[in-house]
Design a protein around this ligand. Structure first.
Ligand code: SAM
Ligand code: SF4
Length: 335
């Protein structure tokens, strides 16, 4: 396929310059909103992309214009050859970013620096150790909290992601925002999204409007300043006047940002997902192993991308398990 042909532009004119690669389906936490209590059926190791295969597929995307790659999972730092994968990806002309639960980041600070991985999103849903344990089903709060600060001290650009759930951590919105008084971070509140097995329902969701209201009630309406959002940004950004950092709301459910979507996702077993909510996937790994070109498959997947949320264009459809339960659990997609 001719490289001048833009196989990454879809029928809505959206050019896809951002690839999120999941390295692994396993994790050292068990977040309730991300995976079912009983776990998920794991792909056999031989069905997962090797580090060379991750690189070859990523290079194909970079050749066609992907300029940013985010490494995710499962928990990407659980994968033993993570440094090798990072080294290979760092040889591509792309900006690198990582999403991690931060349990193991202290082991990799030098590796991140060596391979110019500066943008790190840390997922942390509670500032309370007991609640953290309840959400993640693991007792690692102290470690994560320490590692989160270490990253900031070492000059990494850190964002903190918190999935808000009614009756669980919605009462911590203001405490999270207070972290931005002294820390140069962005705290991002993510609306709880439905996936297979995560017992989602709309009543558990804390909406964009509710988060904003909580911020305005606590700090005063005029102290909460709306910031400019970066192009293709999925979040709406705010700041409390005079604070060092900022906060943002990612409203995938109540206010989707599909019009400017520039993302594609590659699962750890080498399937391309054209949307986080898409039930369909395109296998790139099998043809790659057979020595066949993967560009036509990528092109077809991009061309078939729906305009809004994998075809769940109304809240009614998103609420219907018939639609959202066809999708994998988040842990197996790579958030
Ligand atoms: N293990 C890493 C971590 O937790 O950062 C990377 C993978 S995790 C699947 C990526 C992101 O997806 C996390 O920020 C997590 O909070 C988010 N996530 C998982 N399930 C979600 C859900 N049901 N709704 C909203 N966000 C979710
Ligand atoms: Fe693991 Fe991240 Fe999912 Fe939590 S959100 S179970 S840390 S993959």
């Amino acid at each position: 396929m001719n490289k001048d042909q833009n196989i990454l532009t879809d029928t809505f004119g959206r050019a896809h310059g951002y690839l999120r690669i999941s390295l692994i389906e396993r994790c050292n936490l068990r977040c309730t909103y991300c995976m079912p209590a009983e776990g998920i059926p794991l792909s056999p190791k031989s069905h997962l992309m090797s580090y060379e295969e991750v690189y070859t597929i990523a290079k194909t995307f970079a050749d066609y214009g992907v300029s940013k790659i985010r490494i995710t999972g499962g928990e990407p730092l659980v994968r033993k050859d993570f440094p090798l994968i990072l080294e290979k990806l760092a040889s591509l002309p792309v900006e690198l970013a990582l999403t991690t639960n931060a349990v193991a980041v202290d082991r990799y600070l030098d590796t991140f620096k060596k391979f110019r991985l500066n943008h790190i999103n840390v997922s942390l849903d509670s500032l309370d150790a007991e609640k953290f344990k309840q959400i993640t089903r693991r007792d690692y709060f102290e470690k994560v909290w320490r590692n989160f600060h270490t990253l900031i001290e070492h000059g990494f650009k850190v964002k903190l992601n918190a999935v808000l759930m009614k009756g669980i951590n919605e009462d911590e919105v203001v405490d999270f925002i207070r972290l931005t008084e002294k820390l140069p971070i962005s705290v991002r509140f993510i609306e709880f999204m439905p996936f297979d097995g995560n017992r989602w329902n709309l009543d558990k969701l804390v909406s964009y409007q509710e988060v904003l209201q909580k911020a305005q009630d606590a700090f005063g309406k005029h102290e909460v300043v709306r910031l400019d959002d970066a192009p293709n940004d999925t979040s709406k950004n705010f700041k409390i006047k005079g604070y060092e950092g900022s906060f943002a709301i990612i409203s995938t459910v109540t206010n989707p940002f599909c019009d400017s979507c520039n993302r594609l996702r590659l699962t750890a077993n080498g399937r391309l997902k054209n949307c986080l909510f898409s039930a369909s996937e395109s296998d790139l790994l099998t043809p790659l192993r057979l020595g066949k070109p993967i560009e036509p498959i990528i092109s077809k997947a991009v061309q078939s991308k729906f305009g809004v949320r994998g075809g769940m264009d109304t809240l009614e459809k998103l609420k219907d398990p018939k639609f959202h339960s066809q999708n994998r659990s988040m842990i197996a997609i790579g958030g």
